[in-house]
Write a protein that binds this ligand. Structure first.
Ligand SMILES: [Zn+2]
Length: 417
């Protein structure tokens, strides 16, 4: 840990504790986007933005933005931020750490009277988590031209998403794709155990993994569990279990390579699910995540081969093997990643490069600008739970890395975006 940081752990801790108080009563920590509690959190954040000397507005996509003008506005904007909404019964740090760290960068610049050439914006993205409308990353998709038109008519408690965006100060009908952003940076808690286990301060994120969801259904035959001889059955559960083991084996092999890969059978249903009946049907849902697209393609080919082999061995029929959704990985900008490495070195932060297995607003921002992110450690890798915990000093060190990266990018990026 480095002494004499330009950023303040105490201010970050104050932000995080104050937002932690703004939660559904008796349900820490719940501040879901579009709910009255979320608006209360944002009102508090807006005041903190103003206290840091930022000009505050809500953009058309419903993002809360605090901005500070640069000396050369034609160079565009350096944007920093994350999200203040939470999952139900979530933690105090997921998203919030990044908003507070971004705000701390603005405060540190003001403390030291540092003027930037670029405009600076601190952003609280609207609804990064799956919202009450069933969709996520509403704000970052809004400003990157990737928000789906049909989302706007989705309803929650009789209100459409379009109206809900309007109620918090946005305008869903307005055009909002940004083309002035020179670079975007996000700090986030790791939500995994790697940094803590390796005793590191910062993970410099190389890519946000693509997520592919695959549904598999196998049909065996329902028979009497007592009278059908072993060896004369078409047991769908035995086939399904073998497929789950194959998923684990394939994913483990891919994960042993240089790039992040993970796959999980998170949903598994057996029919008829009765004690005295040989299982007739199994359906399962696989969530697979790859840093590199070629990794995912290899997984899909090997999975199809394994499923066919298991079906042949067990006598079941594969009635479905469907890719339900398939998102590409989002590589972070190599130049900004190098700047973040250099910022870690000059700040004295022990760091490594790593991929993000979780989705983030940065994945969408990478579509329109040079985007990258850093992780700070969280206790035991726990996240999306009230037990989620991160040290304010670690977040302050992350904020110092962001500040250093902003100063370097401000000098390096001297052309119009
Ligand atoms: Zn998050």
């Amino acid at each position: 840990m480095t002494a004499n940081l330009p950023t303040s752990a105490a201010r970050i801790e104050a932000d995080i504790s104050a937002l932690a108080e703004i939660t559904e009563p008796g349900r820490p920590y719940t501040r879901r986007a579009f709910t009255p509690m979320f608006l209360k959190g944002r009102e508090w954040l807006a005041r903190r933005f103003e206290a840091a000397g930022l000009r505050v507005h809500v953009d058309a996509a419903g993002n809360l933005i605090g901005s500070r003008a640069g000396r050369a506005p034609n160079l565009g904007t350096i944007m920093l931020g994350s999200h203040s909404d939470t999952v139900p019964d979530g933690g105090r740090y997921d998203g919030i750490a990044g908003v507070s760290a971004a705000l701390e960068v603005a405060r540190a610049l003001a403390d030291q009277d540092i003027a930037l050439d670029h405009d600076l914006e601190i952003i609280d993205f609207l609804a990064e988590e799956v919202s009450i409308f069933g969709v996520s990353c509403v704000g970052s998709r809004g400003i990157t031209g990737t928000r789906r038109e049909e989302w706007l008519s989705r309803q929650s408690e009789g209100v459409t998403l379009a109206n809900a965006i309007g109620e918090l100060g946005g305008n869903a009908a307005a055009s909002m794709t940004r083309n002035d952003i020179a670079a975007f940076l996000e700090l986030h808690i790791e939500q995994g155990p790697v940094l803590e286990n390796q005793d590191l301060d910062i993970g410099v994120v190389t890519a946000i993994a693509g997520i592919t969801r695959i549904e598999i259904a196998v049909d065996g035959r329902a028979d009497h569990a007592g009278t059908t001889p072993m060896g004369a059955r078409k047991d769908a559960l035995i086939a399904g279990a073998s497929i789950a083991l194959a998923v684990e084996r394939l994913a483990t092999e891919l994960a042993a390579g240089p790039f992040h890969f993970a796959a999980t059978v998170g949903e598994f249903r057996v029919e008829p699910n009765a004690a005295n009946v040989v299982p007739a049907r199994v359906t399962m849902l696989i969530d697979a995540r790859a840093e590199r697209r070629d990794g995912m393609e290899r997984f899909l080919i090997q999975l199809r081969d394994s499923v066919a082999a298991i079906a042949a061995q067990t006598g079941v029929a594969v009635s479905a093997l469907r890719v339900l959704s398939d998102n590409m990985p989002a590589p972070c900008d190599a130049g900004v990643v190098a700047v973040l490495d250099a910022a870690c070195r000059s700040t004295g932060a022990r760091h490594r490069r790593m991929a993000s297995g979780a989705g983030h607003d940065t994945a969408w921002m990478a579509r329109i600008t040079r985007a990258a992110m850093i992780f700070v450690p969280c206790a035991e890798g726990r996240s999306h739970t009230p037990e989620e915990s991160a040290r304010p000093e670690d977040i302050a060190l992350g904020a110092a890395v962001l500040l250093e990266a902003v100063r370097r990018l401000d000098k390096d990026l001297q052309e119009k975006p």
